[in-house]
Design a protein around this ligand. Structure first.
Ligand SMILES: Cc1ncc(COP(=O)(O)O)c(C=O)c1O
Length: 447
C-alpha cells in the first residue's frame, strides 16, 4: 500500500466517518515516548493517545503478553471462567478496596455500567436520576452524552436520555440543592480532563461522601482519564486526599479551584486529613491506561452494591477477554516493578514546575497551569495576537499545531487549554526536551 500522507488521507476521506477533527499527521510507528510519521519525522509523545499508552509505544512487556496469551487463548466468552479475568479483578480490588469488578471495552461503557448499577440501586424506590457536574466528560454513548456536562456533545442528538442533571463542579451546596426524591447517584471526575484539567478540592470530595451517605446516594468517580497511577496514586482521589499540601496545585495559583463550599488550600485542615483515609466512592470507572492501548474498560463497585447486578442483568461480548486481561496484568506488573507511580509523580512535578516558570515568564501567553502527576494542563490567554494558523480554530488547536511542527504531540482541551498526558515511564530528560519545545514556541509567540 502507498504510505504517503495524501494517499492515507484520501482513504479516510472516502471511507471513514468524518466524526473526528484530525490533525494533518499520518503516524506510522512508535517506540517508548516517541512516534514517527510516514515521512520519518519524530515526535515526542506527550499526548499518550489521550492518557492511554501507559508504558509508551511498543513496550516489550506488552508485546510479550500479547504474543504469549494469544498463543494460549484469545477469547472464550463470559459463559465460562478463565484465570486472567479473575486475577485482574483481584488486582484492581486490592488497589481500591472491598468490592467487585465488571469488565468492558471502553470508558463510555464502564460509565454505562455504573449508570445501570445506579438505576438498579434506586429502582424499587422509583429513584433513577444521576447528578454530574458542569464541564464534565463521561463518554459519547447516549447515556454518556446525557451525563456529560457540556452542551457541545449533546447538540444534534436530542432528545437526551432522561435522568441526568448537572451542577457546578466543586460546589457542594449546589449538589445538595440539586438532589431530588428521584436522585440515585452522583458522578464526578477527580480531575476534569476534557473540561480543562481541573482537580477537585479535597473538602468537596469528603463533603460529597457525607452528602451521599446522608441522602442514601451512590457516589461514583469517573477515573477513565485521571486513573491508573497517572497522578502518582492508583486513583486521583487517593492522591488528592493525601496529607500535606499538593505541590502541583498551590492555593490561589488557580491549580485548586476555589468554588462553592470547597476551601482553597484546605489540604492543611487536620479534620480533612483525619477522615481522608476512610474515603471510598461506591463505584469507579476505568479504561484508557488500563490496557495501555489494548482496548479494555472496567468498573469497580463497592462490596454491598457489586452484587446488585446479578446474572443476566448486564453483559458485553468482549468484556475481560483472556488477551485483554493478560495485557492489563502485565501493565500493572511493570508499573509496580519499575515504580512508575513515583515516576509519574516526579516527572509530572518537573513538567508542572517548568510550565509554571514559563507562565511567570510569559503571562500574556500562558495564564495558568494545573494538574497532578502526569495529567497537566496549561491555559493559554484567550487572544494571543501573534498566533498563526486558521482563525476559525481555537487557540488550543493552533498552539498544538505549532507544537506539532516543532516535534511535540499534545492534546487540546476546550478552547484554551493544552493537555499533557504522556506515558507513565516518561523520562526526566524527555520531560525537559518537551518543556524546551514548549518554551521555544511560547518565546516565539511572545515576539
Ligand atoms: C473522564 C472520561 N470518561 C469517559 C471517557 C470515555 O472513554 P472512551 O472514549 O474510552 O469511551 C473519557 C474519554 O476521554 C474520559 O476522559
Amino acid at each position: 500500500m502507498r504510505n504517503d500522507v495524501a494517499a492515507v488521507q484520501a482513504l479516510f476521506q472516502k471511507n471513514v466517518v468524518p466524526s473526528y477533527a484530525r490533525f494533518d499527521i499520518v503516524l506510522s510507528h512508535g517506540s517508548g515516548s516517541h512516534v514517527f510519521d510516514v515521512a520519518g519525522k519524530r515526535y515526542l509523545d506527550f499526548g499518550g493517545g489521550i492518557a492511554v499508552t501507559a508504558l509508551g509505544h511498543s513496550h516489550p512487556a506488552v508485546t510479550a503478553a500479547l504474543v504469549e496469551q494469544s498463543r494460549r487463548l484469545v477469547h472464550v466468552s463470559n459463559l465460562y471462567y478463565h484465570e486472567p479475568q479473575g486475577r485482574l479483578a483481584e488486582a484492581l480490588v486490592n488497589l481500591i478496596g472491598p468490592g467487585k469488578v465488571f469488565f468492558c471495552n471502553s470508558g463510555a461503557e464502564a460509565n454505562e455500567g455504573l449508570f445501570k448499577l445506579a438505576r438498579k440501586f434506586g429502582h424499587d424506590e422509583g429513584r433513577f436520576e444521576i447528578i454530574t457536574t458542569l464541564n464534565s466528560f463521561h463518554g459519547r454513548t447516549l447515556a454518556g452524552i446525557a451525563a456529560t456536562g457540556q452542551d457541545k456533545v449533546k447538540k444534534g442528538f436530542e432528545p437526551m436520555m432522561p435522568g441526568f442533571r448537572h451542577v457546578p463542579y466543586n460546589d457542594l451546596e449546589a449538589m445538595r440543592n440539586a438532589i431530588s426524591p428521584a436522585t440515585a447517584a452522583v458522578m464526578i471526575e477527580g480531575i476534569q480532563g476534557e473540561g480543562g484539567v481541573r482537580p477537585v478540592a479535597p473538602e468537596y470530595l469528603l463533603g460529597l461522601r457525607r452528602l451521599c451517605d446522608e441522602k442514601k446516594l451512590l457516589l461514583f468517580m469517573d477515573g477513565v482519564q485521571d486513573g491508573h497511577f497517572r497522578t502518582g496514586r492508583f486513583q486521583s482521589f487517593q492522591r488528592i486526599l493525601e496529607p500535606g499540601p499538593q505541590a502541583s496545585q498551590p492555593a490561589g495559583s488557580g491549580g485548586m479551584p476555589a468554588a462553592g463550599n470547597a476551601e482553597p488550600g484546605g489540604s492543611a485542615n487536620p479534620q480533612t486529613r483525619m477522615s481522608a483515609p476512610q474515603f471510598l466512592p461506591d463505584g469507579i470507572s476505568m479504561a484508557k491506561s488500563l490496557g495501555g492501548g489494548f482496548p479494555i474498560g472496567a468498573f469497580w463497585a463497592r462490596a454491598p452494591y457489586a452484587d446488585l447486578l446479578g446474572a443476566g442483568t448486564h453483559a458485553t461480548t468482549f468484556g475481560g477477554t483472556p488477551l485483554g486481561c493478560a495485557v492489563a496484568l502485565q501493565i500493572l506488573d511493570v508499573i509496580h516493578k519499575e515504580n512508575l507511580a513515583d515516576n509519574a509523580r516526579k516527572v509530572g512535578e518537573l513538567l508542572y514546575q517548568g510550565l509554571q516558570r514559563l507562565s511567570h515568564q510569559y503571562p500574556a501567553i500562558i495564564q495558568n497551569v494545573r494538574g497532578l502527576g502526569l495529567i497537566v494542563g496549561f491555559e493559554l490567554a484567550p487572544h494571543i495576537p501573534n498566533m498563526p494558523g486558521d482563525v476559525n480554530k481555537t487557540q488550543a488547536v493552533r498552539f498544538v499545531n505549532l507544537l506539532h511542527a516543532a516535534g511535540l504531540l499534545t492534546i487540546p482541551a476546550g478552547a484554551t487549554v493544552v493537555r499533557l498526558l504522556p506515558a507513565l515511564n516518561l523520562r526526566a530528560a524527555e520531560a525537559e526536551e518537551g518543556l524546551k519545545i514548549i518554551g521555544l514556541v511560547v518565546a516565539k509567540l511572545a515576539g
